[in-house]
Ligand binder design. Structure first.
Ligand SMILES: *Cc1c(COP(=O)(O)O)cnc(C)c1O
Length: 386
């Protein structure tokens, strides 16, 4: 069955008693045992819970994995994965990383003796140079955020496999609708399901999807041991959001492509970072390994003085820090999402004071253009009047 149909039907044939088309919220933490030594399959909800189980089964199947684990947030999913590693282990991680993952590695995991090197994961020489005897895994974001750099997943997963390294891919920005890294050789997928999968800026959630029996059992153990699991109501909200993922992603992609082209031609804009644009340096890799493009992109204004008034004058587009929801949001990475990344790393990748990130929603694209146009014009008048 095609992915659109599988998404729309999540949970709809799983409720055997009433036939409810929307899978119910099982708000229970404990489950009665039929008799000594017997279980219904559910014992205690941290380990396994019915609503969460339906979500997890759907997530595993959508990502072509063997098992999935729903977590309380995206960061809980990242943390659960990072506890696969022990004191003395080293990771190679994408440069231009999500700020929260960077903070977790540098300010938390470092205290437990797990270290990381940040490299452009598309640069084979840089990867080889970063690889040490104690390197255990590669953690990749593709596209990266905010600069939208793409990693050639098949090539890099192959490289990692030859060296016995695990490949972990954060697939938040593309979702399994557009990209399935496990099919390209990755071992583990993580998601901030708070973003496109949930899609409505109303639920925090994370997902882990694994390939292979041993790895799946290891993560099941860690997921239950750590306990940062997703509750039944949030599991239901996430499934409800995922049912419309295909429609939303198509619209996000359409709107983002129109807006990226519009901004690229705008006199106040210097550069637009979006892999759907043929001018993007990794455009061909993105097209080869994914069936579409995300709904977020970044752009640099010509003059940093535009930033403050643009963020003040946008009306339909909200000045807010998240991405992947139906509502358009704009953020200023240097002082918000990426503030925890040291200045020299930010400068190395290009997250500077002229960069804005735009999570394009599903509003009508003409209304979004009109809002940007009036905000840029108001900003220009203020700057020139000053
Ligand atoms: C938001 C985000 C996270 C963290 O997820 P939360 O749900 O906010 O905890 C991790 N990775 C990426 C790429 C993200 O965008």
């Amino acid at each position: 069955m095609r992915i659109e149909s599988r998404l729309a039907q999540i949970g709809s044939i799983k409720e055997p008693v009433t036939g409810a088309v929307s899978f119910p919220i099982y708000q229970a933490t404990a489950f009665r045992h039929p008799k000594l030594g017997e279980s219904t399959g559910f014992d205690y909800a941290r380990t396994k819970s019915p609503t969460r189980a339906v979500l997890e089964e759907a997530a595993a199947e959508l990502e072509s994995g063997d098992a999935a684990f729903a977590c309380s947030t995206g960061m809980a999913a990242v943390q659960t994965i990072l506890t696969l590693f022990s004191q003395g282990d080293h990771l190679i991680v994408s440069l231009d990383l999500y700020g929260g993952t960077y903070r977790l590695l540098e300010q938390v995991m470092s205290r437990f003796g797990v270290s990381a090197s940040y490299v452009d994961t598309n640069d084979m020489d840089a990867l080889a140079a970063a690889c040490r005897d104690n390197t255990k895994a590669l953690l990749i974001e593709t596209p990266t955020n905010p600069l939208m750099m793409i990693t050639d997943l098949a090539k890099v997963c192959g490289w990692a496999k030859e060296r016995g390294l695990l490949t972990i891919v954060d697939n938040t920005l593309l979702t399994p609708y557009f990209q399935r890294p496990l099919e390209l050789g990755a071992d583990i997928i993580i998601h901030s399901a708070t973003k496109y999968l949930g899609g409505h800026n109303d639920v925090l959630a994370g997902l882990i999807v694994t390939k292979g029996k041993e790895l799946s059992e290891q993560i099941a153990f860690l997921h239950n041991s750590i306990g940062a699991v997703l509750g039944p109501q949030d599991s239901w909200l996430l499934m409800r959001g995922m049912k419309t993922l295909a429609l939303r992603m198509e619209r996000h992609q359409h709107n983002a492509t129109v807006l990226a082209n519009y901004l690229q031609e705008h006199p106040a804009i210097d550069e637009v970072f979006y892999p759907a644009l043929p001018s993007h340096p990794h455009h061909h890799i993105q097209n080869a390994q994914s069936s579409g493009n995300t709904g977020i992109f970044s752009f640099k204004v010509k003059d940093a003085r535009y930033v403050e008034p643009v963020l003040r004058h946008i009306r339909l587009i909200a000045f807010a820090e998240s991405l992947g929801g139906v509502e358009s949001l704009m953020t200023y990475p240097a002082v918000q999402t990426h503030a925890d990344i040291p200045l020299e790393i930010r400068q190395q990748v290009g997250v500077d004071d002229r960069l804005l990130r735009f999570s394009v929603g599903i509003e009508h694209v003409d209304d979004l253009i009109a809002d940007l146009e009036q905000a840029l014009e108001a900003a220009r008048l203020e700057i020139e009047g000053a």
